[in-house]
Design a protein around this ligand. Structure first.
Ligand code: MAN
Length: 548
């Protein structure tokens, strides 16, 4: 359609450009279009196809790689990968040269965003006339470029701060590693020493058990307390027996008086008081009988209060279990119960160790030696795992010069569609529903990826994906990969590739779900500003600045 209408123009155009660089060819590619001595043109990647030089830009696609039609749309139907040329070259004087996709040449639309000079519509299809707007567009672009540079410089300044902070953090971390290593060595020694201490204490305890309890030892204290208690009991019993004997002798005297009264009174005297006393004496005798001493009881008491027959000094820990057996009847049980209560009280107050598995109590020294060793071992293993954490932090992928170290854990968020997306640097990315506030992990930080080709794309145009070109600041080529997010129903675990661009302020600029549960974020961060692996190294050309 268009082809027919512009055929006439084309024939004159191709002739007109035959001696110079053909239309749509960049100065650097011009030599490729120099006519041969035979006035022929050889297709770039198909040298077996040779055409007359006049056929270049004749609006007919002769070469399978499109190289014969750099200034028309005749070869625009060819797949991108077959094309040997970058597109239609727009000179864009007073602005930046660019390549326009061939399909947009002479399509009746002025593509000012690429060809500000309007050269893409040279055939005037449909009467379209594209005036050259490069002066104004270039000026605006340069103004923007200066502003961008200002922001980049601000970003570079912030990046320097990040690097300085990261450096300090690393030094602190390395110091911490050193100190922790020294601490571990000391703890290993301490644990060895505590092991020896425990062994020695165990040995001492073993020897103590076979020896008599020493004065001051727990068993010794216990035995001496029992002995004292026994002595107290003996004294009390002695006193009670004395009181009893005294009361008994008074009772004997009183009984003697009443007996004499009964035997000696004159019943012929009608003395009611005497008669009542004699009657009461007779009733008393009928009920109680006359007092007589129980010899067997007396013997028991004598033996109880006699010489201490217990071999207190000979008591061992084991012997105390049969302690009650040494004591007579109820007293043995009573003493045993009291001793049990007493031991319980000592245990409850932390003065005596609870009994060990074999029923033997553990000494305080043994318990504390064992506890000290346990505490030492725990501290040693805690410190070792702390060292592991520090070492893995030292080798963590924080990027060149550790630039992301100080950013770790910092979060930014933006709302897109029905979600708020939150991104935590070197941490987790989240998708939070605005409807029900549910939060889904899109992945944990795994590694950094560098795409060198992004830095090489110096000329805007058909080689850009078109996506990042829509933004003011180009991508740095550095991406943070996040994996192992929440499982997607009927799909993979969620993951995000975070493409970074230079920005003085950390920001989440865009979010796309490229395929089900595979996300792509664009994040601005000062960490990728400036030159080097993490920065595109762009800046405004000095000449451009002069033109403003
Ligand atoms: C949720 C969101 C979407 C995702 C689907 C997959 O709705 O996480 O981004 O595509 O789950 O089922």
């Amino acid at each position: 359609m268009r082809r027919g209408s512009i055929l006439l123009l084309l024939s004159s155009a191709s002739i007109a450009t035959a001696s110079s660089t053909p239309r749509g060819v960049s100065p650097e590619d011009a030599k490729l279009y120099a006519p041969s001595a035979e006035k022929t043109f050889i297709c770039f990647t198909n040298p077996h196809v040779t055409i007359p030089y006049e056929s270049v830009n004749d609006d007919y696609c002769d070469c399978p790689d499109g190289s014969d039609e750099p200034g028309t749309s005749a070869c625009s139907h060819l797949p991108h990968k077959s094309l040997a040329i970058r597109g239609f070259y727009c000179k864009n004087e007073k602005h930046t040269p660019a390549f326009l996709p061939l399909g947009r040449v002479n399509d009746g639309v002025c593509d000012y965003e690429v060809c500000c000079d309007g050269s893409d519509e040279w055939a005037g299809v449909g009467g379209v006339k594209c005036e050259n707007r490069c002066r104004e567009i270039g000026k605006a672009a340069r103004k923007m470029a200066v502003e961008r540079e200002r922001l980049r410089n601000e970003g570079v300044r912030k990046k320097k701060e990040l690097l300085d902070r990261a450096k300090t953090m690393r030094i602190e971390l390395e110091d911490n590693v050193k100190t922790t290593r020294i601490k571990i060595e000391a703890l290993e020694e301490k644990v060895k020493w505590l092991e020896v201490q425990l062994k020695e204490t165990e040995e001492n305890e073993r020897l103590k058990i076979v020896k008599q309890p020493k004065e001051g030892s727990k068993l010794g204290v216990l035995v001496s307390l029992a002995r004292e208690r026994m002595q107290e009991l003996g004294s009390s019993l002695e006193k009670v027996r004395g009181d009893r004997d005294f009361a008994r002798s008074r009772l004997g005297k009183a009984e003697g008086i009443l007996k004499a009264l009964k035997e000696g009174y004159n019943p012929n005297f009608n003395d009611e008081g005497v008669k009542a006393a004699v009657r009461a004496w007779e009733e008393y005798l009928a009920q109680e009988g006359e007092h007589s001493e129980n010899r067997a009881e007396e013997r028991d008491l004598d033996s109880l209060l006699g010489e201490d027959e217990i071999d207190w000094e000979g008591f061992t820990e084991a012997d105390t279990h049969g302690f009650g057996a040494y004591l007579p009847g109820g007293i043995g049980t009573w003493v045993h119960d009291k001793l049990a209560d007493f031991r319980q009280m000592l245990v409850e107050n932390g003065l005596l160790a609870a009994k060990s598995d074999d029923g033997m109590p553990e000494s305080r020294a043994l318990v504390s030696a064992r506890q000290a060793l346990q505490a030492g071992k725990t501290e040693e293993s805690d410190t070792k795992s702390h060292l592991e954490t520090l070492l893995s932090d030292l080798t963590y992928p924080y990027g060149q010069d550790d630039v992301f170290r100080s950013l770790k854990g910092e979060c930014i968020s933006s709302q897109f569609g029905e979600y708020t997306y939150e991104y935590c640097f070197l941490g987790t990315a989240y998708q939070k529903s605005l409807k029900d506030s549910s939060s889904v992990s899109l992945g944990e930080y795994a590694r950094i990826e560098v795409d060198k080709s992004v830095n090489d794309a110096s000329v805007r145009g058909i080689f850009g994906s078109g996506w990042e070109e829509a933004h003011d600041e180009g991508l740095s080529g550095l991406s943070l990969i996040h994996e192992n997010g929440q499982q997607c129903w009927n799909g993979p675990k969620r993951s995000v590739k975070v493409d970074l661009y230079c920005s003085a302020v950390d920001e989440l600029r865009s979010v796309r779900e490229e395929e089900k549960c595979v996300y792509r974020f664009e994040v601005g961060a000062a960490a990728v500003c400036g030159r080097g692996e993490h920065g595109r190294g762009e800046g405004v050309d000095e000449n451009v600045r002069d033109e403003l």
